[in-house]
Write a protein that binds this ligand. Structure first.
Ligand SMILES: [Zn+2]
Length: 89
């Protein structure tokens, strides 16, 4: 018997078959957002979170969440600043 829980996002009651806290619709929407970030990083691997955020419309918080989960990797802001400052020596 599946456990019924409220979706974390839309609060709809759904049968929890997986470890997901989101209903099928919200899980799909979340996956689409993730794919947008992943695809952008695939095309532009040396991007920092802010660049990705501006290009995809996904909030930096969400992007850092993916980074924490190990799903994507972004260039740390500080490293980018170092590169931009380059040329001093
Ligand atoms: Zn939902």
């Amino acid at each position: 018997m599946p456990e019924f829980v409220n979706c974390k996002h839309c609060k709809k009651l759904f049968a929890k078959f997986t470890h997901s806290s989101y209903c099928e619709n919200c899980a799909e929407a979340a996956e689409a957002v993730f794919r947008k970030v992943r695809d952008f990083l695939y095309a532009h691997p040396n991007s920092d979170a802010l660049t990705v955020s501006r290009a995809t419309g996904v909030s930096p918080d969400k992007i850092f969440e993916y980074v924490r989960e190990g799903r994507v990797a972004v260039v740390p802001q500080s490293e980018l600043n170092l590169k931009e400052r380059g040329g001093d020596d």
